[in-house]
Design a protein around this ligand. Structure first.
Ligand code: NDP
Length: 455
């Protein structure tokens, strides 16, 4: 079986690489061991956001009353109904992905793929040969961070539940821990979070980290910063968290949200002279080349920036480099991302403490307010839900280095700001931009005086 390109892994990155290569006229095979669509579509971003939409109704019901609606009875959430609809939706999306591959002329092989020496990939009894091979196998939840955690649920299992537990402990405080703690609390689960840092969301701007903690608490999540269980023990109907000093917490259910590890085992890397790094990642250079000729890696497998749009951009850039006429590299210096808690967080550019550590001279603009929709509700407003925004501006060039926001629609707003920042917008550009009124986004063009200077 001769191809120009074999892609291993039909997730967001692999599908993007294979379709772009086929569009350039290459003969392309893609191999997938599970369902087509990958983590983002089947057990990540998409179902997670659908669960977040379900959770948002908790606030909506409370707000609706303040706006004059009568809602009879106490609204109740049925996870089984959501689960059936989610499964139907992910099946629909998987069908779309399969049809897209077929329509692009990409040949799909279903089974576990293994490198079998240079330019060869084994799938079951078949051998696929190609001068170029792209590894796009993604990542999976780490299960061994704390002894006993291997028996607990990860985001994969959470998103497949038919019923929610009354009481749950979340271990970790990254994207997944925060998003699901926020959603579960709104869906009626009593949530406790245990994590080793002082504040959740390491790497985000300190304003956002503090606000995330405050909003989780406002949603009823009990935070335990600096506390990690030493061991988790299964009980007949739940788990015991050994927290030290003979303190044991019994809970119905535990979410292990302590990070993800690249899927590099069993890939046959050694057959082409490659070995994964200690963290499981396959190392690549700026052109996404591994140390083996003709073998490339993209997405979570490279552990560069584990975000779907990064994997997609890398897949497309690689296909353009291999088969197109205009080679290019993906610029990861300014990547926006969002945390879909309630209210959501979105961010582009460095955090303020990163600028401080780098000794960078910058002006800091900040604003905080109660959004109009909440203010109207007065005393019956759901707790928390304040909006906070920050711009970090380079003192010498006036260039806007970063925009950070927590508040309604933050991901939508920051996505648009990302265009301005990528284009090199200065604070003067922000200042002469007229506002769209009344919006929250307008505050980004109305911040006049810096609240402080760095350093
Ligand atoms: P993160 O890397 O975001 O967070 C991992 C969490 O686990 C942190 O709280 C970390 O603590 C903790 N942790 C790691 N190792 C240990 C340890 N040995 N002992 C105790 N705690 C530990 O991973 P997630 O699993 O939340 O998400 C994986 C990746 O998926 C993210 O990095 C992101 O790239 C992507 N993702 C993106 C989303 C989005 O864009 N909205 C949503 C979900 C996932 P500490 O902070 O102390 O290091």
């Amino acid at each position: 079986m001769e191809f120009d390109l074999v892609v291993i892994g039909a997730g967001s990155g692999g599908v993007a690489a294979s379709r772009r290569a086929a569009a350039h006229g290459a003969r392309v095979a893609i191999v997938e061991a599970g369902r087509v669509g990958g983590t983002c579509v089947l057990r990540g971003c998409v179902p997670k956001k659908l669960l977040m939409y379900a959770a948002e109704f908790d606030d909506t019901f409370a707000q609706a009353r303040g706006y004059g609606w009568t809602i009879a009875g106490v609204p109740d959430f049925d996870m089984a109904v959501w689960q059936a609809a989610k499964s139907a939706e992910t099946a629909r999306l998987e069908g779309i992905y399969r049809r897209l591959l077929e329509g692009s002329g990409v040949t799909l092989f279903e089974g576990a793929a293994r490198l079998d020496g240079p330019q060869r990939v084994r799938v079951g009894d078949e051998t696929l040969a190609a001068p170029h091979i792209v590894l796009a196998t993604g990542s999976s939840p780490i299960r061994d961070t704390v002894p006993g955690l291997e028996d607990c649920a990860t985001s994969n299992e959470l998103l497949d539940l038919d019923a929610l537990p009354p009481h749950a402990a979340v271990i970790g405080s990254g994207y997944i821990a925060v998003e699901f703690a926020s959603a579960l609390a709104r869906l009626g689960v009593q949530v406790l979070m245990y994590y080793r840092a002082e504040l959740p969301l390491r790497g985000f701007d300190p304003m956002l980290r503090a606000a995330a903690a405050a909003e989780l608490q406002a949603a009823g999540v009990e935070l335990h910063p600096g506390v990690l269980p030493r061991r988790v023990r299964p009980l007949l109907d739940g788990f015991a968290l050994e927290l030290g000093d003979e303190h044991v917490l019994e809970t119905d259910w535990v979410l292990n949200a302590t990070g993800r590890r690249p899927n590099s085992t069993g890939l046959g890397l050694e057959t082409v002279g490659l070995a994964p790094r200690e963290d499981g990642a396959v190392a690549v250079d700026a052109a996404l080349r591994t140390g083996a000729a003709g073998v490339y890696a993209i997405g979570d497998l490279t552990q560069m920036k584990n975000l779907t749009p990064v994997a997609i951009a890398q897949g497309r850039a690689l296909a353009d480099m291999l088969f197109g006429s205009a080679p290019r590299e993906v610029d990861l210096s300014l990547v926006a991302s969002a945390v879909f808690m309630q209210p959501p967080i979105a961010s582009i550019g460095p955090a303020e403490d990163e600028l401080v550590a780098a000794g960078r001279k910058a002006r800091v603009f900040e604003t905080e307010f109660r959004p109009m929709k909440q203010a109207f509700l007065g005393a019956v407003a759901p707790a928390g839900q304040r909006t906070r925004m920050k711009l970090l501006v380079d003192a010498a060039s006036d260039r806007v280095l970063a925009a950070h926001m927590i508040g309604a629609d933050a991901p939508e707003i920051v996505q648009s700001l990302a265009v301005a920042l990528s284009a090199g917008a200065t604070k003067a550009h922000f200042d002469r931009t007229l506002a769209v009124h009344p919006t929250a986004a307008e505050e980004f063009v109305l911040m006049r005086e810096p609240v402080r200077m760095l350093p």
